[in-house]
Design a protein around this ligand. Structure first.
Ligand code: FE2
Length: 454
């Protein structure tokens, strides 16, 4: 067997060995690599993308994730070699979108601190991932290609012969309950709580589950997620590129009726076709889904005194229009040591020019133990004050400042956005999960001021 054959057979990418997950799926390691993967030896054309006849009678199809003319360092596209081109489908029909929306023009506005109790799992049987998406809020417009939305998904049924793609933008999925078995055009991923995945604009996928499942989803319109710059941190740290995993190619040659659902300009459309859309036998390129295990995050923190800003916990960022100002960041609050001397260690009191949505994957959040629960959420809008509750303030102001583990057995996260996010009517009323007593957690903060005692 030649070296090239061995490389193909083993799905090697850029010389990096394929990596096997606990679930048995294979992945290629790295962030934004030029990956190459094939299920059959020689399925990837040699030396060109678009031969007169592709190997094995496949069709070549390019999926563009950036404008053709985007700068080389940000240009993203993938070449797919598939049994049939994606265009072979019946006409699109508009579908009922339920509470999955991208329209924030006529929704209630409130600056108040919002906290949601855990969102209900589906009451009905056979709620699949797409049916179970409920939009909490967002801002902007997918038609003008700038904005974001935050969703909750709850489901209990696999998508079977249904696939979905989002023509409006990328999806960052954060499972909180239940493992997601995701089939994409590029291959399969298993994504469990404490892992995340990103499925980019246009990529078809379906989600299988084994029981009741719940999680959070961040949708961005107009740009893709990248790793944050590290500045003085140096070449290593935070989320390291090698810990991102992209699936190896996988295909099925199935000739039964399938339906592909698209979200386009905020509305859902379905199109039937007489074969599986997951028929990509080989692909190469740098526009492909990936997953990441949050346990691999290399934490940087203050080791002498005071706080670093939570930006040191940024896993992924989707750049906005202003230099250094994200459209959206995905930030985690990972298990770590707190060692600062003469410092109030919990998060500081804060008013921000960014919107902060928080979710909890498991455990307790350090600044509000007990009230902020896994599967729930909170939103602190632009310039709305927030910070530790009264119990946390009193405890941390008097605690012995020994080195302590913080956030052990817990994982919370933040979707932070430079947009002024609006909450949907579902989020504020219909879901009936808003904690009307949230404001009270700060009312017992004592007045400690004494002009005669420093
Ligand atoms: Fe904050």
């Amino acid at each position: 067997m030649s070296l090239l054959d061995r490389k193909r057979r083993q799905n090697l990418s850029d010389g990096l060995p394929a990596k096997k997950s606990e679930g048995g799926y294979e992945y290629m390691s790295g962030f934004g690599n030029e990956f190459a993967s094939e299920c059959l030896p020689g399925a990837l054309p040699e030396g060109q993308n678009n031969p007169q006849r592709c190997p094995y009678g496949l069709y070549a199809e390019q999926l563009s994730g950036t404008a053709f003319t985007a700068p080389r360092e940000t240009n993203q596209r993938t070449w797919l070699y598939r049994i049939r081109p994606s265009v072979k489908h019946y006409p699109y029909q508009e579908e009922e979108a339920g509470h999955f929306t991208s329209d924030f023009k006529d929704v209630p506005v409130t600056p108040k601190q919002l906290r949601w109790k855990p969102f209900d799992l589906p009451a009905a049987d056979r709620v699949d991932f797409v049916k179970g998406i409920h939009t909490l809020g967002g801002a902007g417009d997918p038609c003008t290609r700038y904005g974001a939305a935050i969703h909750i998904y709850t489901c209990n049924s696999s998508m079977a012969n249904k696939a979905f793609y989002n023509a409006d933008g990328d999806l960052l999925i954060v499972p909180q309950l239940g493992t997601l078995f995701i089939t994409t055009e590029m291959g399969k991923m298993e994504v469990s709580p404490n892992e995340i995945c990103v499925i980019q604009q246009g990529i078809r996928f379906k989600v299988d589950v084994t029981g009741a499942s719940r999680g959070y989803m961040l949708e961005v319109w107009g740009n893709h997620f990248i790793l944050p710059n590290l500045g003085p941190i140096g070449a290593n740290g935070l989320a390291n590129p090698r810990d991102f995993l992209t699936p190896v190619s996988h295909y099925e040659d199935v000739e039964t009726e399938h339906v592909v659902v698209a979200k386009f300009q905020g509305k859902l459309f379905s199109a039937k076709q007489d074969h599986s859309p997951f028929d990509v036998v080989a692909w190469h390129g740098n526009y492909a889904p990936y997953k990441y295990n949050l346990k691999n995050f290399m934490v940087i923190n203050a080791t002498a005194f005071d706080h670093a800003d939570p930006s040191i916990f940024t896993v992924l960022t989707c750049p906005g229009q202003l230099e250094g100002t994200a459209l959206c960041d995905f930030v985690i609050f990972p298990p770590r040591w707190a060692v600062q001397d003469h410092t109030f260690r919990p998060p500081y009191y804060h008013r921000n020019c960014m919107s902060e949505f928080m979710g909890l994957i498991y455990g307790n959040y350090e600044a509000k133990e007990g009230e902020f629960q896994p599967g729930g959420g909170s939103l602190h809008s632009i310039m709305t004050p927030h910070g530790p509750d009264a119990n946390c303030f009193t405890g941390a102001s008097n605690a012995a400042l020994n080195p302590v583990r913080v956030a052990d057995n817990t994982q919370s996260f933040m979707f932070e956005s430079s947009l002024s996010l609006k909450s949907t009517t579902w989020a504020l009323k219909t879901c009936e999960k808003v904690d009307d007593d949230y404001w009270k957690c700060w009312q017992n903060l004592p007045k400690l001021f004494n002009p005669n005692q420093k």
